[in-house]
Design a protein around this ligand. Structure first.
Ligand SMILES: [Fe+2]
Length: 220
């Protein structure tokens, strides 16, 4: 689970770091490099830390977007679903929502933003977006994903749970953006065990989660 694949010399993390620092630091002031394997901050610039050789999880603690409330409720009014779209972030976000109720469209701008931030980290022009309305125990065992980097954001319901370096269980808040380093990322940083929160024991009205997952196409 923790084995890393062979590094790709053309996309080494340090090289990506130097090339992409400008893009994210243009969003907010640059974060300071940290020796912790979990780095959290109120600024999106913290996501750059995901490329550091010591980081397993970079967490952008962001406030709730009240303007998305109706769009999120529209998604939760649907039966559980899993929509997937690949492509450049803007195009993929539009494709993701194309078959969904019009009331969900405001989510598109936020999904585009997160997709663009993710490409800034990966250097890829494309993303694979997965938007899920989950009401069951999707992935309840703690694990490390077989990906390079994975971005997760829970728009509604219980957020992704993870184990911090002191073995303390933690949970992402809604709208937090976490970039987890997977087993295919070419460095030796500690990986952060995480899981979808168990919900099947909860009352029906508290089981629903709306989750966005962003991957690099072909790297999962
Ligand atoms: Fe996972």
């Amino acid at each position: 689970m923790f084995a890393a694949s062979a590094p790709n010399p053309s996309s080494g993390p340090q090289r990506l770091m130097s090339r992409r620092h400008g893009a994210l630091s243009a969003v907010r002031p640059a974060f300071r490099a940290s020796t912790s394997c979990v780095v959290a901050c109120l600024s999106p610039g913290v996501l750059l830390a995901a490329l550091e050789p010591t980081t397993g999880l970079a967490l952008w603690r962001r406030s709730t977007r009240a303007g998305l409330h109706r769009a999120i409720q529209a998604a939760l009014a649907l039966a559980p679903f899993c929509e997937v779209a690949d492509g450049p972030p803007d195009q993929a976000a539009r494709a993701l929502l194309r078959g969904m109720p019009v009331a969900m469209r405001p989510l598109g701008a936020d999904i585009m933003l997160l997709g663009r931030l993710f490409t800034t980290l990966t250097g890829s022009l494309t993303v694979r977006l997965r938007l899920e309305h989950v009401t069951d125990d999707a992935c309840r065992k703690h694990h490390v994903d077989a990906v390079g980097l994975r971005l997760l954001c829970t728009y509604a319901g219980l957020g992704t749970e993870w184990i911090d370096p002191d073995r303390k269980p933690c949970r992402m808040a809604v709208f937090d953006v976490g970039v987890f380093k997977g087993s295919k990322f070419p460095d030796a940083a500690p990986r952060i065990l995480h899981r979808s929160p168990p919900v099947e024991h909860l009352p029906q009205r508290r089981r629903s989660r709306l989750l966005l997952c962003v991957d690099q196409p072909g790297v999962f």
